[in-house]
Design a protein around this ligand. Structure first.
Ligand SMILES: C[S@@+](CC[C@H](N)C(=O)[O-])C[C@H]1O[C@@H](n2cnc3c(N)ncnc32)[C@H](O)[C@@H]1O
Length: 261
């Protein structure tokens, strides 16, 4: 996949995305990330990209033309018309499901980072396919959101992580939060690692992790838990759910509520 990011801060964005796992993935050719300075596509001497908002009010709005010229340059360079996303607090809230969709559906993406009061609606109407928000809050610019989307999408692509298991066991893959993780030493500040994790019994470890995952989701994210459909069709799954119900009364109540929906 190739991701082109349109921004007023291409060096900052490029530096962050060239580090660590994504940097190595770029070096190995699994992904390509390019940043573009929108200011380079102005036609005035001052390289001004913004102007006052029609209708009055405070702040400045990024003008449509430099954005369009930058966007058209990327289309020409890639020889395609990439799916174009404007990072915006008015967009659909980005989550793991959106990351999976973008990773599966597109070979080329353009991410547009706004600044000031945002960007001229006419550029959005002409060139943008969708708007994505990082959450229900307002950032000063779209760069952090674009970096978050790039990171979340790219780590799902073949070759970027060593194994699909790396993300398939993580939070939000199957509607659950991940279980707690521990590393050496076995005792730190008088806090021992849960005994089961040092038992060497893989089945027991797997069961403990699944239980922690379910209970953590239930207590921390009741909204996710309410949407969860735990499989209880096979004998082993039924037994597991039954044991959980016996071990945790709250689970029994909430699981029954979910089934009733
Ligand atoms: C200060 S914001 C503009 C906010 C805009 N006036 C509004 O009230 O909706 C400047 C830029 O930051 C980016 N931005 C701000 N909050 C964001 C969010 N939650 N998700 C994604 N991008 C965001 C957008 O690109 C936006 O054009």
């Amino acid at each position: 996949m190739r991701i082109d990011i349109m921004t007023l801060f291409p060096d900052t964005v490029g530096d962050v995305l060239s580090e660590s796992i994504l940097g190595r993935a770029q070096e190995r050719g699994f992904i390509t990330v390019r940043t573009h300075q929108i200011r380079d596509w102005t036609t005035n001497k001052q390289n001004q990209v913004d102007d006052y908002p029609y209708g009055g009010g405070r702040g400045a709005v990024m003008q449509a033309d430099p954005l369009y010229r930058c966007w058209a340059h990327i289309c020409e360079e890639t020889g395609t018309r990439p799916h174009t996303i404007y990072m915006s607090p008015c967009g659909r809230v980005f989550d793991q499901g959106q990351a999976r969709r973008l990773a599966a559906d597109y070979e080329n993406l353009i991410l547009v980072c706004g600044h000031y009061e945002g960007i001229d609606q006419r550029f959005i109407d002409e060139c943008v396919d969708e708007e994505l928000s990082l959450g229900d809050f307002v950032l000063t610019g779209g760069e952090i959101a674009a970096m978050a989307v790039t990171d979340a999408v790219c780590r799902l692509l073949p070759g970027v992580l060593s194994d699909p298991e790396c993300f398939e066991e993580e939070s939000h893959w199957n509607g659950l939060l991940e279980y707690p993780q521990y590393s050496r030493p076995a005792v730190w500040h008088e806090r021992p690692v849960p005994e089961v994790l040092t038992s060497g019994d893989h089945a027991k470890v797997a069961r403990w992790r699944r239980k922690q995952s379910i209970l953590r989701t239930m207590y921390r994210r009741p909204d996710l838990f309410a949407r969860l459909r735990l499989p209880d069709k096979t004998k082993a799954e039924k037994k597991f759910i039954q044991e959980l119900e016996e071990e945790d009364h709250e689970f029994k109540v909430r699981y029954a509520e979910n089934l009733g929906r």
